[in-house]
Design a protein around this ligand. Structure first.
Ligand code: FAD
Ligand code: DLZ
Ligand code: SF4
Length: 515
């Protein structure tokens, strides 16, 4: 006698578009999948229009692919009359109207959604289960084990443990080629005249989605060309982007990892964060593709490029997730320096005379993307030096980037970039004067401000704000062994110079919206 399988509803969130999940191995007539475009996900941040389009576009393609493979799928569009505009209300209604006997979902990446769905399942009178998302190298339980009880856990230690555990770039228990870290070979400035390879962009026509979002009055930021949406919206495009990256960009990825230039908005970066974060492709297949390309042509792709890239994904990406699940929910409230200033208005328009910020913000508004060093050493650096409230900084980063999801946005922003965690992610704040920005970019040459001046007419704001930051936070930073040196430099300056620098900084802070 055939056993009765309970009629099951399986919820797929917008960042769970993993076609290789074990859920989809067999087509089951008793299972209904549901994906939904909901107002509640529009409201927790003011998203970039390309971010909303990217998520909706990828969700819609994913639903179509599941249907084509024979699965039963309900897709609730934003303007569907049956859409109750929240995950929980929609699920509740479907369970009732379809006679659902069991509810299943995959573990959310975000604390907010995790809590919310847990509360929902507690209220259910039918059986339910939460399954793994089958995407990351490290499961949440494993992360808890690894991070438990460690007051400081360096990314480097975590990364080496991951290399060993997953046998990535290893020879027995030793790192392949004998060295763990190739940072010293990487991070060069772009030579004059170097033409960066053009980024691979798609030409997705998303006019219908843009119209829908606008017709529903969704508040968004940024720009979009609806006929030419450049981001991958399905697995096939994600794999094309990966292929392009490993052959065209990986050969110079490490070398120019920290380069910033007005001639290219993505330099040799992969731009795979969105595809990975919504799980169209997995970190394992990204790393495997990079290793394969290196094995096929080690002359073209030197080992330092490969190691630098693997470090970002097997190291930083998984490490940040570990920090997140170990420290939430407290993490989202941390404000080590007690910063309270408002974000300058030009963060939303790019209209500033500071060339580095104009470019980093301008391209973020145009493409919903800036690469790591722009996020860290231009926008993040400025926000920290200017004492901006980390809540406001988080809101900006969470809205503006196509890859922004709380688990990886907040750890990078509040942690790495704003040092609001007082040293959980990093050992010292990432701040710099114009010297670093000038060293790594071509921004300063055409800037209204003078990179070499600390005070006076057209002095670069980064220079005085830098010393003002250290002076303001002497009690919190002076005894940090990695910073003490800076205080020696500061104290060696004449009292007159120090006063002039602090006055200059105060003047800039008072007129921050006019910089
Ligand atoms: P590549 O330079 O090509 O790197 C390859 C991959 O490595 C990335 O796709 C990403 O998955 C991973 N990676 C690299 N650095 C990090 C890192 N620090 N943390 C986690 N993963 C990393 N990344 C996000 O995915 N979402 C965010 O919301 C986000 N917010 C950030 C905010 C700030 C203030 C800073 C400083 C960094 C942030 N990052 C975020 C990390 C990093 O900047 C982006 O992952 C990267 O710029 C994405 O571009 P890419 O795919 O071209 O990266
Ligand atoms: C970012 C986003 C947006 C803008 N919209 C939706 C949506 O309508 N439906 C959905 O399932 N997911 C969306 N997402 C991603 C979510 O904000 C959220 O981060 C994940 O679903 C849970 O981690
Ligand atoms: Fe940025 Fe200062 Fe250089 Fe201008 S001079 S680009 S403001 S660092």
């Amino acid at each position: 006698m055939a056993t009765h399988e309970p009629k099951t509803l399986r919820l797929i969130l917008g960042d769970q578009l993993n076609a290789n999940h074990s859920w989809f191995r067999e087509v089951r007539p008793d299972v209904i999948y549901v994906l939904m475009e909901v107002q509640t996900e529009m409201d927790y941040a003011k998203h970039h229009i390309q971010k909303v389009v990217g998520f909706f576009g990828a969700m819609r393609h994913f639903a179509e692919e599941l249907k084509a493979a024979g699965h039963t799928v309900i897709y609730l569009k934003l303007d569907d009359p049956d859409n109750r505009q929240s995950f929980v209300e929609n699920c509740r209604a479907l369970i009732r109207t379809l006679g659902i006997e069991r509810f299943e979902y995959q573990e959310p990446d975000e604390y907010r959604v995790d809590e919310y769905l847990e509360e929902f399942t507690r209220s259910l009178s039918i059986p339910f289960a939460m399954l793994g998302a089958e995407h990351f190298f490290t499961s949440r339980n494993e992360l808890a084990e690894l991070f438990r009880g460690k007051k400081t856990y360096l990314m480097e230690s975590f990364y080496r443990a991951m290399r060993k555990k997953h046998h990535v770039l290893m020879e027995g228990d030793q790192p392949l080629t004998g060295q763990w870290n190739y940072d010293h070979d990487n991070r060069k400035k772009l030579p004059k005249g170097h033409m960066v390879t053009a980024p691979m962009v798609f030409e997705n026509d998303v006019s219908e989605l843009v119209e829908l979002i606008r017709s529903k009055g969704i508040r968004t930021i940024g720009n979009i060309d609806p006929k030419y949406f450049i981001w991958p919206v399905n697995r096939e495009q994600s794999l094309q982007l990966l292929d392009h990256f490993v052959h065209e960009c990986l050969p110079l990825f490490g070398t120019f990892e920290d380069t910033m230039t007005i001639t290219s908005w993505s330099v040799y970066h992969s731009r795979l964060s969105f595809a990975m974060n919504v799980k169209l492709i997995s970190p394992r297949e990204v790393i495997d593709a990079a290793i394969r390309a290196w094995e096929e042509d080690p002359e073209k792709i030197s080992f330092n490029q490969l190691e630098g890239f693997v470090r970002q994904i097997l190291g930083w990406r998984e490490f940040m997730r570990g920090i997140y699940w170990t420290h939430m929910p407290e993490y989202s409230q941390l404000n080590f320096f007690g910063h309270t200033a408002a974000l300058p208005e030009w963060f939303w328009t790019g209209k500033t005379k500071m060339n580095c910020l104009k470019h980093a913000i301008g391209q973020s508004l145009d493409h919903a993307y800036a690469h790591h060093i722009q996020r860290l050493m231009v926008t993040g650096n400025f926000a920290l030096l200017a004492g901006i409230d980390p809540d406001e900084v988080d809101q900006w980063y969470l809205g503006i980037y196509i890859d922004a999801l709380d688990w990886v946005e907040i750890t990078n922003t509040r942690g790495m970039s704003q040092f609001a965690d007082g040293g959980i992610v990093g050992t010292k704040p990432y701040v710099s004067s114009a010297a670093y920005i000038n060293k790594m970019s071509d921004y300063c040459g055409t800037c209204f401000y003078n990179k070499s001046k600390k005070v006076g007419d057209r002095a670069c704001p980064f220079n005085s704000l830098y010393w003002n930051f250290y002076d303001r936070h002497t009690d919190k930073l002076k005894h940090n062994p990695r910073i003490g040196m800076m205080y020696k430099v500061w104290e060696r300056m004449s009292a007159h110079d120090r006063t002039a620098i602090l006055e200059q900084a105060e003047k800039y802070l008072e007129h921050i919206n006019e910089l």
